[in-house]
Design a protein around this ligand. Structure first.
Ligand SMILES: [Zn+2]
Ligand SMILES: [Zn+2]
Length: 375
């Protein structure tokens, strides 16, 4: 899995940082996580950079199957509609899944075809979905199918909106991107001023590889190889027993990447995960303004470390910095000063960075230098 981080500012662009938007690329396809203002500009620039400096790493829009929104604040959503329309101009025909969090009472109101509750916030995603539909984001007008899903991760309550006939149907489960087999999308409840969730990308556990070379060296028959390959031990004429386990490399553990969105530290959903390869977590504030984090349900750099410790993350990447943070190294130093196990490594995200996790769990943070990437 590889995460491409296209925006690392909170609330508004500041200096070299733009607002939120990332792409998670895996064998199954690509999921976009949040698409703040100007998303398509950053996406096009990043693709050009990949083409010039990393010709193997394509992020073609045709590989994108899903958009996972963490919450409705506009620094995470305002770039989605224009980009959907650009893909229409590019004659996309592949279906797209758009999923975001909402609250149970809004979902109930949608199902009952009633107005949204009066306390639903301005940034409620149901409002944004409705206005985007009115502005032309229907499958008929875009020329490609879009499934519009809203849900509450805590109660596992999911609905699908049909923009053409206005129908809202309740779903048995959150849909996965079409055709995805090896990586699963998991929404994790988080704690922000509007309904919110983090997104976890979890690869499936894989059986180890059969050691064909060893089988060939021992001149095993194809029948013996099949037996070993299917998990049965084989007794040779000499009486020696070959165990099937000795012909297989260890199983590959599931790999997990979490992108937090905006949240107070140690949110229930992220803390409940037991073992994470990479946690990309917001660190909007520094210690000097920790009260802002508490008040607005954000996290400090140290709070991000406490969250990483809670979910047993191996690597933490800090992102979503307030415009007050002129020098990211201050945030990184505060995080590195926080108590954490030796095993936790911490880095700071800048726009254009790439985070790779290989099947064995090795993590690489590639920093965009303006002229290629450096490890
Ligand atoms: Zn934000
Ligand atoms: Zn927010």
């Amino acid at each position: 899995m590889e995460l491409h981080i296209l925006g690392t500012a909170s609330a508004r662009p500041a200096g070299a940082r733009d607002v939120s938007g990332s792409l998670l690329s895996c064998d199954d396809g690509i999921a976009v996580i949040d698409a703040g203002e100007g998303f398509q500009v950053r996406y096009a620039r990043h693709r050009k950079n990949l083409k010039n400096h990393q010709p193997t790493g394509s992020l073609r829009a045709a590989r994108i199957d899903a958009v996972c929104l963490t919450h409705g604040h506009l620094d995470h959503t305002w770039g989605l509609l224009p980009w959907l329309q650009t893909m229409a101009l590019d004659r996309r025909n592949k279906p797209l899944l758009v999923i975001g969090p909402s609250s149970p009472d809004v979902l109930e109101a949608l199902l009952a075809s009633q107005p949204l509750p009066s306390d639903a916030p301005p940034a409620e995603l149901a409002r944004q979905f409705h206005s985007w539909h009115a502005l032309g984001a229907t499958s008929a007008q875009l020329g490609y199918g879009v499934r519009w899903i809203l849900g509450d991760a805590t109660t596992d309550f999911w609905v699908e909106l049909d923009p053409v006939n206005g129908a809202v149907i309740k779903l048995d489960a959150m849909p996965q991107p079409a055709g995805w087999k090896s990586v699963k999308l998991v929404p994790l409840p988080t704690n922000h001023t509007v309904p919110s969730c983090a997104w976890m990308f979890e690869s499936k556990e894989k059986a180890g590889k059969f050691n064909r070379l060893k089988a060939a060296e021992l001149r095993l028959t194809s029948h013996q190889q099949t037996e070993l390959g299917q998990g049965r031990d084989v007794t040779l004429e000499s009486g020696e027993i070959l165990t099937s386990a000795s012909f297989r490399s260890p199983a590959l553990q599931p790999r997990r990447v979490i992108v937090s969105g905006d949240t107070a530290e140690q949110s229930s959903g992220i803390s409940a995960v037991d073992g994470v390869d990479v946690l990309i977590h917001e660190a909007t504030f520094l210690e000097a303004t920790a009260s802002h984090a508490t008040e607005h349900l954000h996290t400090t750099a140290k709070g991000a470390v406490r969250t990483a410790v809670a979910c047993k993350a191996k690597h933490l990447v800090l992102t979503h910095f307030s415009a007050r943070i002129k020098d990211g190294s201050t945030a990184l130093n505060e995080a590195r000063d926080a108590p954490s196990p030796e095993s936790l490594s911490i880095t700071l995200a800048n726009d254009g960075d790439r985070i790779q996790v290989d099947p064995q769990g090795a993590v690489a943070h590639l920093s965009w230098t303006g002229n290629g990437w450096a490890a």
